[in-house]
Design a protein around this ligand. Structure first.
Ligand code: FAD
Length: 567
């Protein structure tokens, strides 16, 4: 296994408190999706002043696009034990059992909290919450809103609650660049850039990363453009331990029409009877798994991918013509979007292919969201709590973000100030980087070209199926692009995002190279079997030399070490 080093600046932009204006809060939350939103509300309810920063419009987040729903035990026919057992089975031996138990038991409380905030979920004629079944779940336990608009309802509800809370200020279009530290080395704020690359600092006694996922690092993805792995890259530069970055879930069925966004066709469509077919009209899923279309997502993604290769086609098809209810009524959002491209979902096969969907690994945290950097916390998709193991069960991620978001907000409020010099982040000691200026050389870089090349590379070598040779080749290119962008690109927001994407891409390929087995969503053609004697997490932590991060080599941690804090 040959690893190609990634050299990065420890701080991407200079911060000098005498030159950069700063706002001061008790808590700075980076991210206003499900996880950041509930954390902010919990900390603010406990009396803390909270800044919520979002890099685009405050309502734009992965949360907003969730279709299927929130998994929670809400029916007397279901039980917490069954939900736990399903989650552990799908996680293929890498779940942290204590975390699974805590999150799943918290489902009904989370749900009541959403109802209290005013969220409206679909109901049966008798008034009970209507529940669907998704792949991996042994019971119907997925609550949804307006059919496939669950995320939009949750995001709308949280946005309203955040905006109305007197202790919360929401700042949109603020791209967080780096975590800032006080003299004692505690996280004490973040430096941001606005749309004009003007710097603004937010200082706080605690910093919470709730930045969501990284789907936009891959050519095919279900994620909105904000999902560029910023939180993981920031945490790595800040010295936090990262865990299990090789585990990236690919959704098997993204709409594939040239020019269209890769909109997700939710699993509930297959749950309702949608059938996967190849270009010859043949069903194929029962060749791969006894549960056919309702097999776990990783199995369906690989099956679709293989069938595309075998039939020499760019996609497979989802056929809703045999549903016993009208798909236009069941799935109004999907129906509307497909119609815009001339596809009638009741009669036309929908072209689909897999796309990067959910980042399972992330910043290693305990149940309360603590990282191993004092004052720095993480929650939601950016974090690795240990809930999902080697594969995420559908609709468990909103549950995780909501349950652990609230828990993390309460834990931060109870922790007092980590940063002794609260509201006083230190000068980062970097003088060579000029914000908004050009790089050291007068060479024009085509950042868009590098971005698209990176996405294609990640799709080819860090996609549904991987090999050691492909991952090594990817690493070498990613190291080179990161070096060129760092040295030559103008120091502005889009460069920060690209460096974050290259950093995440490089770190995830390191992890994938080091895991020489196939497990859950990580499939190596050169190591197709699981190594059941070695159940471990992959860890990465930065090594520093002066103001630079000079790399990090993957290490291992046995499963079962998740600490359950006493707070
Ligand atoms: P997000 O909701 O993504 O929020 C991230 C926030 O961080 C945003 O506000 C963003 O602006 C901000 N941010 C990011 N970087 C920066 C930065 N550098 N500076 C400032 N702000 C920043 N899960 C389910 O459980 N059920 C489903 O049915 C489901 N369906 C899905 C369908 C789609 C199409 C997608 C994309 C995901 C789906 N998921 C589903 C996954 C789920 O939506 C996400 O895992 C979850 O919403 C993540 O929430 P979060 O709060 O961690 O992050």
């Amino acid at each position: 296994m040959t690893l190609h080093p990634l050299i990065s600046d420890r701080f991407l932009c200079a911060y000098d408190p005498r030159l950069v204006a700063s706002h001061s809060f008790d808590l700075v939350v980076v991210g206003g999706g499900a996880a950041g939103g509930l954390a902010a509300l919990a900390a603010a309810d406990a009396g803390h002043s909270v800044a919520v920063l979002t890099k685009a419009d405050a309502r734009e987040a992965n949360t907003r696009y969730a279709q299927g729903g929130v998994a929670a035990v809400l029916s007397p026919l279901d039980s917490v034990d069954e939900h736990i057992a399903d989650t552990l089975r799908v996680g293929r031996g890498l779940c942290e059992t204590s975390v699974v138990s805590e999150v799943v038991s918290g489902g009904p409380t989370v749900f009541d909290h959403l109802l209290d905030l005013g969220a409206q979920f679909d109901r049966e004629p008798n008034g009970d919450i209507s529940l669907s079944r998704e792949g991996g779940h042994s019971q119907a336990r997925v609550a949804h809103a307006r059919g496939d608009a669950t995320g939009a309802e949750i995001q709308h509800t949280l946005h309203r609650a955040l905006s109305l809370h007197p202790k919360i200020s929401v700042f949109s279009n603020k791209l967080a660049v780096d975590v800032l530290f006080d003299r004692e080395g505690c996280a004490a704020g973040v430096l941001t850039l606005d749309q004009n690359n003007a710097p603004l600092a937010f200082s706080g006694g605690h910093v919470l990363l709730a930045t969501g996922g990284s789907g936009h690092i891959w050519r095919e993805t279900t994620n909105p453009t904000i999902a560029t792995g910023d939180g993981v890259a920031m945490a790595w530069r800040a010295g936090a331990t990262l865990r299990d970055l090789e585990f990236v879930q690919f959704h098997p069925t993204c709409l594939y029409v040239a020019g269209a966004a890769r909109v997700l066709i939710s699993e509930i469509v297959r749950g309702a009877g949608g059938l996967l077919r190849d270009k010859n009209g043949d069903r194929f899923m029962s060749d791969y798994h006894p549960d056919a279309e309702l097999a776990p997502r990783d199995v369906v993604s690989r099956a679709v991918f293989r069938r595309m290769v075998e039939t020499n086609d760019t996609n497979c098809y989802l056929d809703l013509s045999e549903l016993d209810r009208d798909p236009h009524i069941l799935f109004p959002g999907i129906s509307r979007f497909c119609r815009a491209f001339g596809i009638d979902i009741a009669s036309d096969p929908i072209p689909v292919r897999p796309g990067a969907h959910y980042q399972i690994g992330g910043v290693r945290v305990d149940l309360d969201g603590r990282t191993d950097v004092p004052g720095l916390w993480a929650v939601g998709e950016v974090a690795s709590s240990g809930l999902h193991g080697a594969n995420r069960m559908g609709s468990n991620s909103l549950l995780e973000g909501l349950a652990l978001g609230a828990r993390t907000g309460r834990a931060i409020a109870a922790a007092g100030h980590a940063s002794a010099g609260h509201a006083a982040p230190e000068f980062t000691g970097k003088t060579d980087v000029k914000l908004g200026g050009s790089g050291a050389h007068s060479v024009t870089l085509n950042l868009q070209d590098i971005t698209y090349s990176m996405k294609s590379l990640m799709w080819r070598h860090m996609g549904v199926e991987r090999t050691g040779a492909g991952l090594s080749e990817a690493q070498e290119k990613l190291s080179f692009w990161a070096k060129v962008v760092r040295e030559l690109a103008p120091k502005e927001g889009r460069t920060v995002e690209l460096l974050n994407m290259l950093t995440f891409a490089h770190l995830s390929t390191s992890s994938a190279l080091s895991r020489e087995e196939s497990r859950g969503v990580h499939h190596r053609d050169d190591f197709p079997e699981s190594d059941d004697a070695a159940r471990y997490h992959t860890l990465l932590r930065a090594r520093y030399e002066h103001d630079q991060v000079i790399g990090s080599e993957p290490t291992r941690e046995p499963v079962g070490l998740a600490s359950v804090p006493s707070t």
